[in-house]
Design a protein around this ligand. Structure first.
Ligand code: PLP
Length: 469
């Protein structure tokens, strides 16, 4: 740039940054190499005692993010359920910040509220669930907590006045050993405590063992406990297992327990003809959690809570406030139906992404990822690795017979991360430690899998070579 060129405006800088970052993320390391000390040194000039021009601060912060982030938006990030994001979501989040609509009350943000309702109605149909009410949440953790609160309010209507003291002693919440840790937080936050949590073992496919569930529920009921809620998962975090929702629904109904489905990642299976049969039973759920920020390629956070019982939501969350004008009859005020008051326009990034990609486009993306995962499985098996899960979803857990030391599997993941060309995580299944690779990016290709496999072979050689040489 010529020395006398005018400095970029913030808008020009952002346009350039977005283009540069998205044009070729593969030139970046996936995992950063950095220490907290290095970052803190870089932040020292920010004493906030003087003012920094916006474009300059943006440039500096963007540079830090580029170099010091584990890039989940890199096509060779085969990690947790953080997706590569579609461009529509980036602009949507920008628009949401620009207009900053407050969705707590319908009348405060009519367009935004209706865009969200429209989007949620469509997504509810996409998974075959008839929701009486739905709202966006910060994530699945908030949605799962909401499910538990609604379950408690249903089982103990008096808890809204009296608190959960009495209920806490007599309740039970059933999750599988592979369920997400947010349920553990939820029982504590809800004031029930860890004591109510019943962890049901899984079968060889990492699905909740229904016979064990039946026995545990029966034992609890016999000793005077109330089954509050049973949680089924579509797409467990470690191995992508899908619980037998029909079976769980029957047990839940027999005991009048709330049946919650956690489809945080797996919900997007509803878009695919090939995967939709795996959602069988979701229609019977009392509530469903689904994260658009997991498999629908939108930036964090975009959780969703779907519920069959708007009446219970209203009983649970309705409050009178002197400073909020009375609702109109146009639409539900979300602050009376959910945990949040100030509400970000979360739904716009989901709406815009769906509008741009289209239903068929989402299906095609999901199914492409299935193909990439199949290719990974084939390559791994050919190279002598053992696949340790049987998920229909694009998530592969694997190990190698030469990885015998307790920390060997974690060392392989570490070796891959340190070299920076790909990223996978170590995880643990009842069968032992595993490597876990999840396809999360629409642009991940077979060539990216080839790179991962080269990195894996290299790491395996290094880790399984006798130590001390
Ligand atoms: C990610 C995940 C959660 C937690 O969701 P957040 O949006 O991160 O709060 C809960 N359950 C399952 C199955 C998940 O995959």
């Amino acid at each position: 740039m010529a020395a006398n060129a005018p400095p970029l405006t913030p808008a020009q800088f952002m346009a350039q940054e977005i283009k540069a970052f998205r044009d070729d993320p593969r030139t970046l390391r996936v995992a950063p190499k950095v220490s907290s000390a290095e970052i803190r040194r870089r932040l020292e000039p920010y004493t906030f005692a003087h003012q920094v021009p916006l474009a300059e601060a943006l440039r500096d912060v963007a540079d830090m993010l580029r170099h010091w982030t584990l890039h989940a938006t890199h096509p060779r990030y085969f990690g947790l359920f953080v997706p590569g994001v579609h461009e529509a979501g980036i602009w949507a989040d920008t628009l949401a910040a620009l207009y900053n609509p407050q969705l707590g009350a319908w009348w405060h943000a009519p367009a935004a509220s209706e865009i969200e309702t429209h989007t949620l109605q469509f997504l509810s149909k996409a998974i075959g669930y008839e929701a009486g009410a739905a709202h966006f949440t910060s994530g699945a953790s908030e949605a799962n907590l909401t499910a538990l609160l609604v379950a408690v309010a249903t089982a103990y209507p008096r808890a809204i006045e009296d608190g959960v003291g009495e209920g806490a002693a007599r309740g039970a919440v059933y999750v599988s050993s592979q369920a997400h840790h947010s349920m553990h937080k939820a029982v504590r936050v809800a004031g029930l405590g860890n004591r109510v949590l019943r962890t049901i073992p899984c079968n060889a496919r990492h699905q909740m063992d229904l016979q064990a569930l039946r026995v545990t529920v029966a034992t609890d009921v016999a000793s005077g406990r109330t089954p509050l809620m049973i949680v089924g998962t579509i797409g467990t975090t470690t191995s992508g297992a899908i619980d037998d929702l029909v079976g769980i629904a029957e047990i839940a109904r027999a005991h009048s327990a709330w049946f919650h489905v956690d489809a945080a990642w797996g919900g997007a299976a509803g878009f695919s003809e090939q995967l939709r049969p795996h959602l069988r039973g979701i229609a019977r759920a009392d509530s469903v959690t689904w994260d658009a920020h997991k498999w629908l390629s939108v930036p964090m956070g975009a959780g969703m809570f779907f519920c069959r019982r708007p009446d219970v939501l209203r009983t649970l969350f309705d409050v009178e406030t002197a400073y909020v004008p009375k609702e109109t009859d146009e639409g539900d005020d979300l602050y009376r139906m959910s945990l949040q008051w100030s509400r970000r326009f979360i739904g716009l990034k989901v709406f815009l992404t769906l509008a741009v990609v289209g239903q068929g486009g989402v299906a095609a993306r999901v199914e492409r990822q299935l193909g990439v995962a199949d290719y990974l499985r084939q390559r791994l098996v050919r190279a002598g690795w053992t696949i340790m899960n049987q998920s229909p979803l694009p998530l592969v857990c694997f190990t190698h017979k030469t990885l015998k030391q307790p920390d060997a599997v974690a060392l392989v993941a570490r070796q891959v991360a340190v070299r920076g060309r790909a990223w996978i995580s170590p995880a643990s299944l009842p069968e032992g430690p595993v490597l876990r690779a999840c396809i999360t990016h629409d642009d991940s290709t077979r060539a990216d899998i080839d790179v991962l496999c080269v990195e894996l072979e290299r790491a395996l050689e290094k880790v399984s070579a006798p130590r001390g040489r």
